[in-house]
Design a protein around this ligand. Structure first.
Ligand SMILES: Cc1cc2nc3c(=O)[nH]c(=O)nc-3n(C[C@H](O)[C@H](O)[C@H](O)COP(=O)(O)OP(=O)(O)OC[C@H]3O[C@@H](n4cnc5c(N)ncnc54)[C@H](O)[C@@H]3O)c2cc1C
Length: 378
């Protein structure tokens, strides 16, 4: 089956595992720390359902005209518990009020991994906020289908490629609302897990993790990795953290498919959300440092859901103000850095490999940060 042979494009949406009638597909983590489908060939009956459902092997087109908006939740607590302006939590509210189910990514503090879960399993607040780690989809698509078959409304939120997998597998039913976000790329879950294990002392347990702590001003200096453990709290700016920097600026530890992402421009979701960096082109005073969301409705269903958002300060804008979010990105240098990085990376030795590849100025940056701290500039 071809799903095992498309490693550079597979996005681990898990549609193949969800439809397999033999239940013979799993998505274990590979040596680089990403999930990929594996078939138990002795059970496979060559039905090819996995190939028929795969969004990588069956490209879809988009139909509707898009509509752009920006805004933020009027509820301060929603806004502070979100990464941008709280669009995701606001979209979730009517689905939950109707007895439906909301899917997103929740961090597992025991296994130190990110997994797609629903509000039937975890609270909405556990799904909120960006976690810059690949999330394990497993058989999420099968679980979403089960809910839809029972007549429940479902909101699914994930990366554009996960959303494409959901769309390809489950179509466009009235009860299914698919939301994705503008995505820089997903970094390795395995590297994050190994690095975190190394940071924790014996008997120390992680209790909170935040890639965008709310005490730092949105868009200015909020890219910080905050780890709260049973021994205390530590916050490190992204440029001093080997994982965060490998993800955000070096592009060295992203999933293979991210380097030629098929969904940067083409979103198969109903709604795409993002940080609204485009506010500067409209009016810089819109930014109050608490977070702004960009929302782009890609379908009429998405447009209806956005325009019905309650307790959200919503403004429709010309599409030219959202164009920046869909601009092509060149990850060629990142790919080369990735090759150099994985040639020297050994599990649990992230900083060592980073210092040999993309973190060469680490000591200078750390010194500059310490001086700034002494001068109370951070
Ligand atoms: C890996 C990653 C890269 C991103 N890159 C960009 C970017 O380049 N530009 C930009 O403007 N915005 C980017 N975002 C999106 C942005 O950070 C906000 O998540 C988005 O604006 C939504 O904010 P919110 O306040 O509406 O909701 P939030 O409360 O922040 O909700 C975020 C939603 O995304 C889900 N989610 C979180 N982490 C993951 C994950 N790893 N995989 C799948 N789903 C996840 C959550 O479960 C929730 O449904 C990225 C997010 C992630 C996770």
């Amino acid at each position: 089956m071809r799903i095992e042979e498309i490693k550079n494009v597979c996005t681990a949406c898990g549609a193949c595992a969800s439809v397999c009638p033999q239940q013979c597909i799993t998505l274990p983590m590979d040596a680089e720390g990403f999930y990929y489908p594996r078939i138990a060939h002795e059970k496979c009956v060559q039905c090819a359902k996995c190939e028929q459902v795969c969004h990588c092997l069956n490209e879809q087109d988009i139909r509707a005209e898009k509509h752009s908006y920006y805004g933020f939740s009027k509820d301060e607590s929603v806004r502070t518990a979100s990464s941008s302006g709280g669009a995701f939590a606001t979209l979730a509210k009517p689905i939950l009020d109707s007895g439906g189910s909301v899917y997103g990514a929740a961090f597992d503090y025991d296994e130190l991994l990110l997994r797609h879960k629903s509000t039937d399993q975890v609270s909405l607040s556990e799904l909120q906020k960006s976690k810059y780690i690949e999330s394990e989809m497993g058989k999420t698509i099968a679980a979403v289908k089960e809910n839809l078959d029972r007549g429940r409304r479902v909101l699914f939120c994930g990366t554009p490629c996960q959303a494409a997998g959901v769309r390809q597998a489950l179509g466009d039913g009235e009860n299914l609302l698919i939301c994705d976000f503008i995505c820089h790329g997903v970094p390795s879950a395995g590297i994050f897990q190994d690095d975190l294990r190394g940071k924790l002392r014996k008997n120390e347990k992680l209790i909170r993790l935040d890639f965008r702590p709310q005490e730092f001003a949105w868009g200015k200096d909020d890219k910080q990795l905050m780890l709260e453990t049973t021994s205390g709290k530590k916050t490190v700016p992204f440029y001093l953290d080997a994982y965060y920097k490998g993800f955000l600026t070096a592009n060295a530890i992203l999933r293979r498919s991210c380097y030629a992402c098929r969904y940067r421009q083409k979103h198969l979701s109903d709604i795409t959300i993002a940080d609204f960096w485009g506010y500067k082109a409209i009016d810089p005073s819109i930014d109050d440092g608490k977070g702004l969301s960009l929302l782009v409705a890609n379908t009429e269903k998405g447009r209806g859901a956005v325009e019905q958002m309650q307790a959200f300060d919503l403004h429709e804008i010309d599409n030219r103000y959202s164009d920046y979010a869909f601009a092509p990105k060149d990850y060629a240098a990142g790919w080369k850095c990735r090759e150099r990085f994985f040639a020297v990376y050994r599990p649990g030795k992230l900083k060592k490999a980073a210092k040999k590849t993309y973190l060469k100025r680490y000591h200078i940056e750390r010194l500059k940060y310490r001086i700034k701290k002494l001068l109370h500039r951070v």
